[in-house]
Structure formats: structure tokens, C-alpha cells
Design a protein around this ligand. Structure first.
Ligand SMILES: [Zn+2]
Length: 284
């Protein structure tokens, strides 16, 4: 079916206390792996791209690929821009077939974050897209955004409520101690604050930095109110490792499509397992 706005699926997830997997894709094959996993698990999914991926392929090319793959599929697939910091790139995504965008102005002071977010919300809503905002600061490395662990700022419920009211943002990334990239030490997660924000609001909350969290921690984050769960680093790692593994064992193989098919299958299995862990199976 055509790409869908992710807001209805996220609101249903919020009500049902499960989470929608938002998977960072890097090419045609990774988009296909996400969509096939969604079909197999009968789950709604979000395909999302970082600024690095759109710089590499262009927003229009990604939007076309995603629409081509989702079109003939029965799966509900949304196409989301992750961590949009560049206003021109955000505009391009809004007019090129993305169904939601994240405006990440979290490095700016609160009032400036509100101003920049509201500006994107107005443009996106006028075209039928939904918008994710961020307050507080998620630690780690996300393309060109680098935040040291000790500089991460946790979100408070009061800020989350004020921010949503003043910007009209549809769903919100709350900084509660998860980080981008791999965890070098056990993360200190503020699951109570996540639950407190959920109790006092009506909009879906987003967990960034999903890679490397123990399954039990993921279940607790979802139970506490995380309705969108972002997974990026794990996808890149599974992709690279499956290529390494296959090539090691098949040094003579010269059919690149066979090599890529192997990586695709491994990715599809891993993504399907995350969908099940998030409770999204059978929710489409
Ligand atoms: Zn993120």
C-alpha cells in the first residue's frame, strides 16, 4: 500500500502498550528487509533515514525506493526522516514523499528549539505529515551530531508537556539516558521519568539509541510508555557482519546478488525479532 503517516500506528501502540520499530535503512536492500519483516510479522513499521543516508542518495531517490517497495506490499509502512537538523533537507523530505520528519533542534536553547520545531510542524502538517521533536539531549554519535555522555540532558515531564503544547509536535523523543551507537558501560536509564511523562500526556514517546539494550530493558521501556523504538547501529552491524561472514566462507563467490541476498535474509530475521520483542507482531 502507499506509504502511510505513522501517527495513527503510534497512537494505537501507545494505547496498546507496544512499540513500533523504526529502522534506519541505508539502501534499497535494507528497506526491503524491513518491509518483508513487517509482512511476515503482520506489523506496522517505520522505515527511517539519517541525514547521512539522504546526503548519499538524495531524499527523492530514497522516497521513490521506499514507495516502490511498500506499494505492492500489504504492510503498513511509514517513511520518516530521523534527526533532521538542516531546514532545507527537512523541506525536501516534506515535499518529496516522506510521511513524517523529525526536527532535531535539541542542541538549541529551549525557546529556540520551540521556534524551529514549530516552523517545521506548520509546514509538515499543511502537507499531511506528522512530526517528531526532541528535547533534552540524547548522548552518542548520530552522523554529524556528537554528544558526550556527561553532556546528555534528561527530559522532565513539565518540559515535555510545555514543548508539545507550544510546538504542536505529534510525537516526542525524550532523553532518558539511552544513547546512540554502542553502549560501552551499562546505561543509566530513567524509566520512571518516561512513565511519568506518559501518564501526564497523550502523545507517543520515542526511544532513541535502541541498539545494545538487553531484551528485558527494551520490554521495560515499552511497558513504561515508549511507543516508537529506533534501531540504527544494530542494522549496520548485522549488515556488515553478515557480509563478512558470508564472504569468509565463500571466497570464490562472484555473484554479488547472492552475497547481498544473504545479508538481506539475516537482516530480515533480526528485524523480525525486534518487532516481536516490541510487541508489534500481529498489530497491522
Ligand atoms: Zn536518535
Amino acid at each position: 500500500m502507499p506509504l502511510v503517516n505513522p501517527l495513527p500506528m503510534l497512537l494505537a501502540a501507545r494505547e496498546g502498550r507496544y512499540a513500533i520499530g523504526a529502522f534506519n535503512v541505508v539502501d534499497y536492500m535494507t528497506i526491503e528487509a524491513v518491509v518483508r519483516a513487517a509482512e511476515e510479522r503482520r506489523a506496522p513499521v517505520i522505515v527511517q533515514t539519517s541525514s547521512g543516508t539522504i546526503k548519499r542518495f538524495g531524499v527523492k531517490a530514497i522516497a521513490r525506493m521506499a514507495a516502490d517497495i511498500a506499494g505492492p506490499s500489504p504492510a503498513q509502512v511509514a517513511l520518516h526522516l530521523d534527526h533532521g537538523t538542516d531546514r532545507a533537507a527537512l523541506r525536501e523530505a516534506i515535499v518529496s514523499g516522506y510521511t513524517s520528519v523529525m526536527i532535531d533542534a535539541s542542541k538549541h536553547p529551549f525557546e529556540e528549539n520551540i521556534r524551529r520545531t514549530k516552523d517545521v510542524v506548520e509546514e509538515a502538517h499543511a502537507r499531511g505529515l506528522s512530526v517528531e521533536g526532541e528535547i533534552g539531549v540524547v548522548a552518542g554519535v548520530e552522523d554529524d551530531i556528537v554528544v558526550r555522555r556527561d553532556r546528555a540532558i534528561y527530559t522532565t515531564p513539565e518540559e515535555a508537556i510545555a514543548f508539545q503544547e507550544r510546538t504542536g509536535v505529534d510525537f516526542l523523543a525524550a532523553a532518558i539516558g539511552t544513547a546512540h551507537g554502542f553502549y560501552k558501560t551499562e546505561p543509566k536509564l530513567d524509566i520512571d521519568t518516561l512513565a511519568a511523562i506518559r501518564e501526564r500526556t497523550r502523545f507517543p514517546l520515542v526511544i532513541h539509541g535502541g541498539t545494545g539494550l538487553a531484551p528485558d530493558v527494551v520490554r521495560r521501556l515499552v511497558a513504561a510508555g515508549g511507543s516508537k523504538f529506533n534501531l540504527s547501529t544494530q542494522i549496520k552491524q548485522t549488515y556488515i557482519e553478515s557480509l563478512h561472514g558470508y564472504i569468509e566462507g565463500h571466497r570464490e563467490e562472484c555473484d554479488i546478488l547472492k552475497v547481498l541476498k544473504h545479508a538481506h535474509d539475516r537482516l530480515k530475521v533480526m528485524i523480525g525479532e525486534y518487532i516481536a520483542l516490541l510487541g508489534g507482531e500481529g498489530k497491522a
